[in-house]
Design a protein around this ligand. Sequence first.
Ligand SMILES: NC(=O)C1=CN([C@@H]2O[C@H](COP(=O)(O)OP(=O)(O)OC[C@H]3O[C@@H](n4cnc5c(N)ncnc54)[C@H](O)[C@@H]3O)[C@@H](O)[C@H]2O)C=CC1
Ligand SMILES: O=C(CO)COP(=O)(O)O
Length: 379
Amino acid sequence: MRAKAHPPVVPGTRVAVLGAGSWGTTFAKILADGGADVVLWARRPELAREISEGRRNSDYLPGINLPAHLRATSSLRDALAGAGQVFVSVPSQSLRENLVAAGDLLDPEAVIVSLMKGVERSSGLRMSEVIGQVLPIAPERIAAISGPNLALEIAKEQPTAAVVSSASLETAQAVAKLATNGYFRSYVNTDVIGTEFGGVLKNLIAVAIGIVDGVGYGENTKASIITRGLVEMTDFAVAYGAQPETLAGLAGLGDLIATSQSPLSRNNTAGRLLGQGYGYNDVVKQMQQTTEGLVSVGPILELAHAKGVEMPIVEQVRQVLAGTLNPRDIAPHLTTDSREPQGERTIDDGQAHGGAALWGAFKRAFDQLRDGGRGPRGA
Ligand SMILES: NC(=O)C1=CN([C@@H]2O[C@H](COP(=O)(O)OP(=O)(O)OC[C@H]3O[C@@H](n4cnc5c(N)ncnc54)[C@H](O)[C@@H]3O)[C@@H](O)[C@H]2O)C=CC1
Ligand SMILES: O=C(CO)COP(=O)(O)O
């Protein structure tokens, strides 16, 4: 199936994508199919050759034919020369070293866009914060993209949406224009904190869902964890300055649904292995690709403690990873020591709302997807 490509908004705009794993390669295809002139940087020369000459990235995207005009190189200098927008998709823990290597090679006016969904373990910083710390650029030239974006589905041109976030709405819009084509729709917002934390936090809840899947629990358990997980995500992100609506949007609820449901998700898969009884080290050995959630648990809980935010589900994930909680015992009703009935807050306003707020969140996410197709807009 091939979706009809929209005419390019900015034909031939030169961009670079750093990182030729599953998401970097898929995003390079999104941009190329939108009309941009894309150079994809792969660390390994043999992978750059396979992409440029064979139009394939068989390890990461089996069965996918890449666009004929997508170029790949293992030279960072060649990839960055003249690139006005630079999209970065390397494992979060390697971002800093890659930015240091790229530093002097970047166009002084380039916009740097994070495609990553992790925090730096040593500092707890979000990816845009690492970018702002390493590179001498203002927040207005930094953006982040997040949403329900399982790479292989998008590489097959199944329609989806994401949100581009930047402190500057103009920057978000410029990036969104390039990152839009017949099967990929980019919305915009200026809530970088909420957008980035949405992507990080949903990974942790997806690990929890994988664990209960592995144990063999059914849909009630999973729905309870998704719902209560969204409350944890929202409480955490709002404590750090995010807007609660962002967590109800594509970068929060949208991505939480996709990642929690899909066997394509590495976080979900890692959780399932844990639920089936494999230990942490075995799971890490089995995961061939980046599994950000396993690394984020520690720093996120530290950040939560610093702000007094309770994250009982994430705490249980940590305990399962540490081998101190039997996966069978992970469950929403065990997430509080108190037997006192708790109010079911579904947004961070300190009150019990029943299901109304959650329904509002679902409806907004649904509306965003249904209304996609008329240019970038606020998410
Ligand atoms: N795969 C997906 O569906 C999506 C992934 N993401 C995010 O994108 C980021 C990248 O993930 P994927 O592409 O999926 O991972 P991946 O495991 O498929 O690919 C990672 C790539 O980075 C390279 N790499 C490893 N260490 C490196 C280093 N030190 N320096 C430079 N490159 C290095 C690998 O060789 C590989 O090409 C993660 O933060 C992930 O959360 C976001 C949305 C969707
Ligand atoms: O972020 C993703 C989907 O939006 C990919 O999830 P995984 O990293 O769990 O594969």
